[in-house]
Write a protein that binds this ligand. Structure first.
Ligand code: ATP
Length: 296
């Protein structure tokens, strides 16, 4: 099956700024990818290229196996922009009706269920809505046509925790129904909760792409081990990715980045009395990728 989204060596610059530099990335149909990066990393530029709202300088995008600007692709995509501009003269309900008509009609019962889930008052003028409530109008608009692909630019910005939880539950439901989700975010914890894969962008370049579980390979895993005899200092020091080794008598502490296999081979060859390896701090591992200190 072809990927729902394919970017091949996609590049875009604005004057002297390289916003996106040769991005190659596939998003499998029926999966959720979390797209992480610092401010200005190029997330929104990627999204605008994916949707055909910007033309790339080089490379290409395939959305649902073809050009993103073709009408049948547009009809099958739900989009939540990062900066939502809503017509202040309308109510939320009027905007949803209007967007529904543009799409040639949507299932009104499903739209109403979404309005209820997000506790949106469709009768209120958009002018009087808080930024979180405006965002909910955009979210209902993105989901209501049951799109095959959802492209969401920092969707949880400004949402309260209850609505965030409802949104993440909805994402899992639509993926269960076969939808593909491209989710740009600053928040690792929400990506960890819902995404199948994670891609990290730094200054326009893809610096990491893996399953969410494999993110652990870029995290620094601490160890604290008591051996039954003297700690094998020389063998430990030779383990690839092992740093901050401190050995005293039978006791050793260190951190490991990357595969644990070489370390486990050393531990298997020396009698271990107790071992503690607390959860690695993924948040700082990803922040290091953002800032260029990690191991992409
Ligand atoms: P944020 O998290 O702050 O939304 P982002 O990862 O979405 O950031 P982009 O908005 O894609 O980042 O911007 C990437 C780079 O391209 C930035 O340096 C930005 O200033 C620049 N850029 C984006 N759009 C334009 C534009 N229309 N004209 C000029 N420069 C632009």
């Amino acid at each position: 099956m072809s990927p729902a989204i394919r970017c091949v060596a996609l590049s875009k610059g604005f004057g002297a700024v390289t916003a996106l530099d040769a991005l190659t990335l596939d998003v499998a149909a029926g999966s959720i990818v979390g797209y992480l990066g610092a401010n200005g990393a190029g997330k929104t530029t990627t999204i605008r290229l994916l949707l055909g709202l910007l033309r790339p300088d080089a490379g290409r995008v395939e959305l649902l196996a073809g050009d993103p600007t073709r009408p049948e692709a547009r009809r099958r995509v739900g989009y939540l922009p990062g900066e939502l501009r809503l017509d202040d003269r309308c109510t939320g309900g009027e905007l949803l009706d209007y967007w529904g008509r543009l799409r040639g009609g949507v299932d009104a019962a499903y739209r109403d269920r979404l309005v209820e889930r997000f506790q949106l008052d469709p009768g209120r003028s958009v002018r009087h809505l808080s930024s979180g409530n405006r965002r909910k109008v955009g979210l209902v608009g993105a989901f209501m046509a049951r799109p095959q692909v959802l492209v969401l630019d920092e969707p949880t910005n400004g949402l309260d925790p209850l609505v965030q939880a409802e949104f993440l539950a909805l994402l899992q439901e639509v993926r269960g129904d076969g939808a593909t989700v491209f989710l740009s975010s600053h928040v690792l914890s929400e990506v960890q909760r819902v995404a199948d894969r994670v891609a990290v962008l730094r200054r326009g370049r893809l610096v990491h792409e893996s399953t969410v579980d494999a993110l652990r390979l870029v995290a620094r895993q601490p160890f604290d081990v008591h051996f039954d005899g003297p700690a094998p200092a020389a063998a430990l020091a030779a383990v690839p990715g092992l740093e901050e080794l401190r050995v005293e008598g039978h006791h050793g502490t260190w951190v490991v980045t990357g595969s644990l296999q070489p370390l486990l081979a050393v531990l298997a060859a020396h009698p271990v009395r107790t071992l503690s390896a607390p959860e690695p701090d993924l948040e700082s591992a990803v922040l290091a990728l953002y800032g260029g200190r990690g191991t992409p």
